[in-house]
Design a protein. Structure first.
Lengths: 335, 335
DNA sequence: ATTGGCACTCGGTAACATCGAGTGCCAACG
DNA sequence: CGTTGGCACTCGATGTTACCGAGTGCCAAT
């Protein structure tokens, strides 16, 4: 589509703009770069690139700025995946070497890691907890009319549900209900628990059991709050100069569901990078999202990403995201 | 300290500045307010107020702006606690009427509620989970060498710890360890679990039990990550005009431990409001924090707060924080 | 003690000139 | 014919100057 020289010039412009955040003129390209033609020629080429929609001028007599299409071309023609800078690679390694403890904390720390490496905002969507079997369900009485139901699933995740029982119950009844539910529910897949269990013979026990099922059912229904971990949100402030943009982007990041959907969308479209309107969100017109899915047991598990301005360092961000996603996979598989 | 008229003028200046965010001149005060003297007199008074440190001029020939001391006087002399605006009161009521589910989600939603009412950022520090007895400890085997320990405490909180056992264990051994630990640990106060339990006679069981104790111990040691809920962080963007300030404040909000300490400090000093340097953080020089502790069972449980610019509407924020803290208390007591 | 009056200050805004980075175009060149 | 040096031109950025007006401090009169 673009001949070699145009491509080289375009790439140089994008590169330069990413570094300086200033409109790039023909002179700058002629000086520094591998392209060995005069600035006049470059001007001509740039004019063409502009009519073809890869560049724009903020105003006549200013340098050029890449359009969304320009950035897109740039990332599409980044040849090698690119390696992470040495110190960053070491940072990632030592992070995962030291990683321990519960998965939630680890993923949250991962989002901060991403942010630290790229200087922008890191996002981590945890693996969905669907398709995992119930390993244990266990009731604990907290007060005469309060019972806590704890469900443990095969992937190590836990749900808890506080139940307000409308009659006073005894510890024995709770234990009985606990055993009763265990017997009938263990092994069922999360989200597809039975709506009812056979009667135990005791009315109160049945009542408790019913409450548990109800609570489980309720927590599955309405777009259950999927967690997302956002690290380094404060970087948004330096990513955009308009305060309103900063506010708007932060607002997006506050909405967990939106962020999850956003990442998932991008991943599902098979993209590694979504630039501006490609994100599908007007708010992110000047932003870009670099993502990578990660898989566990061959299944698409979750996704990680970096959110920054459209003029971010894509090479670095892509390398970071790829490296972290890799290490995360092995970490999750090993458990 | 200040005579009536000076006080009235100071209060008027602060009020006006909070509303307009513009330096306030003597004319504006003379016009609008209950103070019935000429602008010249007001000018004289303002000059005094300035030498006494309540006001400053951004430059000669500009109006006055309150200093920290000025704001402090203002909040100290807010007479009535002030009632919440009708619609906001209704909003709070309906929020707590509808509140249900787990406490964590509820508190998070509360932080958003605070943010929604005040237009600034809401912060909620949950009750500490200390001093609460272990009600149940329960081991679940996830894989041959992986065991999940679930502890349930009297306040309904849950801890989980994943254990990597270095030998393969059987389900029976896990069950035995589970029972063994239950027998010896239930009733112990969180954080002061025993360092060891009597031997069960079976080596593997003992080994599992030891792992659990170790994990519990580790999670108590180093400034365990206290959760904080921050709602409406994006409002920070509209609270300050300097981008660096926005970034710095957001950065503070990202550090859970810092936020907890901040709130606790302020509450411990018996303050309802901390203005600028009173927060003890340079970063928050232009910010103010309105807080309220809440108690459960007569014990100081946690705190809620609103973080905004120093020129925030203190009446409204104080009313909001008071109302929410009240309702939260009753909600938590009722369970 | 209060106040009207007044000279004064100084940020903000507008009008205007200047500078220079960068452009588009064109004629000349290999 | 593609490339290039040259050149007139554009226009944002920067600086200068002038002016306006909100607001001040001070003082003399009440």
């Amino acid at each position: 589509m673009l001949d070699d020289r145009k491509a080289a010039i375009l790439r140089a412009v994008v590169q330069e703009y990413i570094e300086t955040a200033q409109p790039v003129g023909s002179g700058r390209i002629a000086d520094a770069d591998g392209v060995d033609v005069s600035s006049a020629t470059i001007r001509n080429e740039m004019a063409t690139l502009e009519t073809e929609g890869y560049l724009v001028q903020p105003h006549t007599s200013a340098g050029r700025i890449p359009t969304e299409k320009g950035y897109r071309y740039f990332v599409d023609t980044i040849g090698s995946p690119g390696a992470l800078r040495g110190d960053h690679a070491r940072q990632v390694s030592s992070f995962f070497r030291a990683a321990h403890g519960e998965i939630e904390e680890m993923l949250e720390a991962t989002s901060r890691l991403l942010s630290g490496i790229t200087d922008w905002t890191g996002v981590v969507v945890p693996p969905p907890s669907t398709e995992t079997p119930l390993r244990s369900i266990h009731l604990v009485q907290l007060a005469p009319q309060h019972v806590l139901a704890v469900s443990v699933y095969g992937d190590g995740s836990i749900d808890k549900h506080t139940l307000d029982v409308d009659v006073e119950v005894t510890e024995a009844q709770v234990a009985s209900a606990s055993a009763h539910l265990s017997a009938q529910m263990i092994g069922t897949i999360r989200g597809s628990e039975p709506r009812s269990v056979t009667s135990s013979g005791d009315a109160t026990t049945d009542r408790i059991a019913a409450s548990v099922l109800e609570a489980l059912d309720a927590s599955n229904e309405p777009a259950a709050p999927t967690d997302v971990f956002v690290g380094g949100a404060s970087r948004v402030a330096s990513a955009f100069d308009a305060v309103e943009t900063v506010q708007a982007v932060l607002h997006v990041l506050e909405q967990q569901l939106v962020v999850v959907t956003l990442l998932r969308d991008v991943v599902d479209r098979g993209l590694q990078v979504a630039i501006g309107s490609e994100t599908g969100m007007e708010t992110l017109a000047n932003a870009a999202l670099v993502v990578a899915p990660y898989t566990v047991d061959g299944e698409r598990a979750g996704a990680i990403g970096v959110l920054g301005p459209a003029r971010m360092d894509y090479r670095e961000a892509m390398a970071a995201v790829a490296a972290v996603s890799n290490r995360l996979e092995t970490r999750l598989i090993e458990g």
